[in-house]
Design a protein around this ligand. Sequence first.
Ligand SMILES: [Mn+2]
Length: 324
Amino acid sequence: MPLQEVVNELKKAKRVAILTHHNADLDSVCPALVLKEVLQSRGADVMVGAAESVSKGARRAIEGHDVVIDPDVSAYDTIVTIDAASPEQLMPITLDYAKLIVIDHHQPGALAERAHAAFVDSTSRSCTQLVYKILKELEVKPTPEMATLLIAGIVGDTAYLRFADIEIFQLLIELLQISGKKYHEILDTLGTETELSERIAILKSTQRLRAYAIGDTLIAFSTVGSFEAAVARSFLKLGADIAIVAVPRDGAVRISGRMNWKLRERINLATDVFRPCEALIGGSAGGHDAAASANGTKPENIKATFAQMLKLLEKKLGTGAKEI
Ligand SMILES: [Mn+2]
């Protein structure tokens, strides 16, 4: 995770496109905007882009900032990707034109492999912390506005600090002082009501839910038209220990998985369950121990993929599954 190499490349970059993944969340789009400010203040021409969309949860936090959806990046000499591990997460944006710099906290994937320089630390709770380390390396003191964005990014990837460690709490004290804001004032800009369409997606996918017990571990599978991550999270709230939700599209499939944190010692959802199914879905998978996702080209294999995932979980947990 050579931070220094990334910093050196950023110092040289003249025209920079900073790109984040589909449905860009707080921990991708907030640090992207902070990095944009920093590079602009050093004289670079910088654009922030997101693949397909910015998530609802992030939209209010970035009000007043420009994020281009599916930008044309052919005129940029440097592309920086934040919070993405594979090029599929950035589609339809293609990255072939420029020098690639990768900043990420997922398990290193195809993007890190082809990167000119990569700062990848899968032990970091957020990409926002990685970008903050870059700021420190560049000897940039955040403005109050940057500090607010950095807090939003960290809050986003720690489930409102539930998964925060001491380093994060220390960092927050520093950033809150700079921001000049109260913590609840920042939280107020992040809260969103769940939209009707998302609530409908959750209820509909609950009708299609197939649940299994492997010992006392409960696993839920379903499909949905969109909001797959929210649906998977809602299944955990309903009582599942592991929830895996697929979105079939024309010639494409996305799968999102969420797992109760207490299983982390026994299962890594990304490497034990999602990655081994890459061939079956015709694409790539990645993520963390308790949250994983996959993008593929074979929606016709969703059933077979769920069956394969269940088998992998049986193997990890050492006993057979029963449908419930
Ligand atoms: Mn993240």
